[in-house]
Design a binder for this molecule. Sequence first.
Ligand SMILES: *Cc1c(COP(=O)(O)O)cnc(C)c1O
Length: 481
Amino acid sequence: MTDRRTGWPYQVFEQMASTLARRLSGYVRDSAAGAGPVVRIRPVSEIAADLDLGRWIRDGGMTPEAFDSFADTYCANSTRLHHPAYLAHQVAVPDFPSALADLMNGVMNNGMAIYEMGPAAVAVELAVLDWMLGQVGWLPVAGGDDGRVATGGAGVLTHGGSLANLTALLAARASAAPRAWEAGVPGDLGILVPPASHYSIARAASILGLGSEAMVPLAVDTRDVIRPDALPQALRRLTAAGRRPMALVANACATATGLFDPLDEIASFCAEAGIWMHVDGAHGATALLSPCQRERLRGVARADSMVWDAHKMLRTSALCAAVLFRDARAFEATFREKASYLFYGEPGQGVDLIHRTVECTKLPLGLKLFFNLAWRGERGLGEYWDDRLAAARRFAAIIADRPGFSCPFEPEANIVCFRHGTDDDHQIAVREALLASGRFHLSSAEIGGRRYLRLVVMSPATNDETIGELLDAIEALERTH
Ligand SMILES: *Cc1c(COP(=O)(O)O)cnc(C)c1O
């Protein structure tokens, strides 16, 4: 059974993989049907004991039967993203083609940051990046087979949107301060950022050596959306503080609310003032695939960089994120490095992505997105956006109709914010009680300084009935208090 030279138990692998595939199919089917708690929060020590982790680590010796039983217990203590009551976070309910890509990647392990470690994987990554660039309205990467970029756009897939934001802002820094890589960061750089920006932007500012004090907040309306009329004033504040603008960040859409900043007006301002415009489209860039919703991102093609997570609304498993650039030359200046075991003299044939990433070993992330596209097509993925947006709008209407509940705005993405009553602490108490019950998994967010409950409508299984039951459950909580 076990190959003498490789130690690979081929038949065992095939048997376990097909048993596991059947178990996971059942897990998805049961979850989508609403079986079991959506989330099961227990003390970590109890879970470790149930899984018998200590013994397996110490003794080894897991058989296929024990593996299946372990998988059963593992599933029972996991969060069911396919469940209709999974409404908390933006992590994709992955489509099965991307899961199969994970299996291929796991077995083949082509760490493809250098071409020789995965030529097919590089070809796939470049193809999906070109597809994404085209959706934004940017030119594909126009380079030769030697990886030297001539003109056009550019991009790379990263292990997550946070790293993608860091990469985009690093490129912006290289543009504003070309000597920063060698000489360190000048003290006068500033970034214009909406208060609703994802925390990874603030982190990037600190990691890049600007410091969080370099972030000048943009004025927003009551929904935390950037007010374009107040942009000149923010720039004046930044320059009055002795700084020069390195970048302006806009949301498409904002994490907390799912609302889109007015990119077109912001792009006009940035063009006039000569400011690098970065669009954080981690969640909402997928609206570009919807013929009737892509208007929300009007003006995005005039930005300098954009982030787009496939592991949110393009339904790949985590992680698969893209950082994209309008102008390849701006990206080429971003990273510089020396590593004698990897680089020497002139590049040979092929495209080494390693010059474009923070990571050294890099997963073939493009395969996950490629298989989703190859299976559903860009139309199918656009229809998923439309379908979950339509559901979110119906849910907001159902919630607003129920006495005691209110919604602060009409959803522009599959994110619904609402309140039960008006007390901020009550919203958190509701979330905590529902989470502990395992019946509904919601999140919460602050908008304009007030606390709201927040639904992210990811699972195709979530319907109007789910929301009716959720509101009943919230009302029942109040009665028991
Ligand atoms: C989710 C999100 C991020 C972070 O992406 P990760 O892939 O979780 O690192 C950044 N920006 C926005 C707007 C997001 O919604």
